[in-house]
Design a protein around this ligand. Sequence first.
Ligand code: NAD
Length: 481
Amino acid sequence: MRDVRHFIGGDFVESADGSSFESISPIDNTPIATVAEGGSAEIDLAVSAARQAFAEWSSWSAEDRAVVLHRVADGIEDRLEELAEWETRDMGKSITAARTKDMPRSAHNFRFFADYAAQVGTEAWDQPSKNVFTFELREPLGVVGSISPWNFPLMLLTWKVAPALAFGCTVIAKPAEQSPITASILAEIVKDAGVPDGVFNVVNGFGPDGAGEALTTHPDVDAITFTGESNTGRAIMSAASQTMKKLSFEMGGKSPNIVMADADLDDAVDGSLKGIFTNQGEVCLAGSRILVQRPIYDEFLARLVEGAEKWTLGNPLEESTEMGPLVSEEHLEKVLSYIELAQDEGAKLMTGGYRVTDGEFAAGNYVAPTIFADADNSMQVCQDEIFGPVEMVMPFDTVDEAIDLANESRYGLSAMVWTTNLNTAHRVAREVKAGTMWVNCFFVRDLRAPFGGYKASGLGREGGAYSYEFFTEAKAVVMKV
Ligand code: NAD
C-alpha cells in the first residue's frame, strides 16, 4: 500500500481532518494506496501557498524556469519504470504503453514547454502618423487550478501543468480520484528538481463537494484548465462563473472514423483498431463510430472483427498485453450497460460484447474487444461516449453522406478519414466539425498545434501558442513617441 499525501507549499501533508480514501487497482479490485482526501481547507492552504510563490516564480526569466523544468523531465525519465508500473496498477493501462508512450510524453511535455516559453515573443504596432507605438506585454496569468482525468493520468496532468509553470504561473493540481499515485510521485520529482515551494501543489480528492469544486469556486484562483467529461465541464463553468475565472476545457468525444472505398485497407483496418482499442477504448479521441463506404463495407468489417479477435487482452503488467481492465467496477457496469443497449437498439453484435471472467480475469474489470455493425446515428449508443472497447460501425454511400453522418453529434473532438483521394481528404478535413482531423493516420500530434474540441468537446485550445495565450494575460502598452 502506498501512502499518497497532498503536496502543499513544498510539504507532503495529510488532510487537516485526517480524511482519506483508497485507490483501487482495476487488475483485481484491491486497494493499492491510501490517499489523503482534501476539501476546501486543503485547497485554501494550497491556493495561499501558490499565491505566495507566484510573486517570485513569475519574476524568473523563462530561461531560468526552463533549467528547472528540464530537471523535472530528467526526474520523470530517471523514475520512468516506477511511474509506469504505478500508472498501470492504478488505472489498468498496458505497461508497454505506460513505458513507451505515457511516461516519455509526460517528460516531453516539460521539455517542450520549457523551451517554447523561452522562445516566444510578442507583437508591436507602429503608427508613425499618430506618433504612437504600441506593443503587447504578456504576463503570467497567476494561480491556476488544473483538474485532470484518469485515462492518461500523468500525461494529461503534465500537459496542463508544464505549460502553466513554463509561462510563469503557479499551480494547484487536482488529479482524478481513480488514479492519484503518479501525481504524488511527480510532486517528489518536482521537489527534488528544485522548483521553489508552493509553485506546484497537489490536492487529492473528489470533484463535487470536494477538492475539485473548492478549486473552481476559490476567489483567488485565476484560471481552471480542465480535462474530463462534458457534463463536468458544464458544472465547472457554472461554479467558476461567480469568480470570473479564465477557463480551458478538453472534454468528451464520439469521434467519426471515415473509411472511403479507395482507402489503403491495411492502414485503415490497423488505424481503426488502434483508434478504438488503445487504452481499452478509454480515450477521448477514440474513433468510436466507424463510417464505411458501402463497396468495402463487408470486407472491412470482416477484417476489423478478425483484428479485434486477435487483440491481446490480459494482465496489463505483462509486456505483451495490448488491452487491460477498465478503470473501475462502476465504469465496467456502465460499459456493459451500453453493450446491452446497443443490442436492444438493434445494432448487430459481431464480436465480443461480454465481461471476461476466466481465471485471473475474474477479479478484474475486463471486457472483450467489442464490435457492432449496422449501427446508425439514431441509436443512443452512436451518440453517447461509451469510453470503452466498444465500436459502432455503419455504412454510407457518398462523401456528402459521410460528412453529414460525421457531424450528426453533439461532440466534435476529433475525426479520421482514410482515403487515397486528395480531394476527398481536403473536403472531409474542411467540412467535418472536429478539433483534430487525422487523414490516413491516428494519434500523432505536433505539440505546437491547437488541441481542443468543437461543440461539447471543448472550450478554447491548448498547445504551443494556444497554451501561451491561455496561461498569460495580454496587455497593450500604448506609447506616445
Ligand atoms: P470526469 O469529468 O468525471 O473527471 C475529471 C476530473 O474532474 C476529475 O479529477 C474529477 O474529480 C473532477 N471533477 C468531477 N466533478 C467535478 C466538479 N463538479 N468540480 C470540479 N472537479 C470535478 O472525467 P473522467 O471520468 O475522469 O474522464 C473521462 C472523460 O474525460 C471522458 O469524457 C473523456 O472523453 C474526457 N477526456 C477528454 C480529453 C481531451 O483531451 N479532450 C482527454 C482525456 C479525457
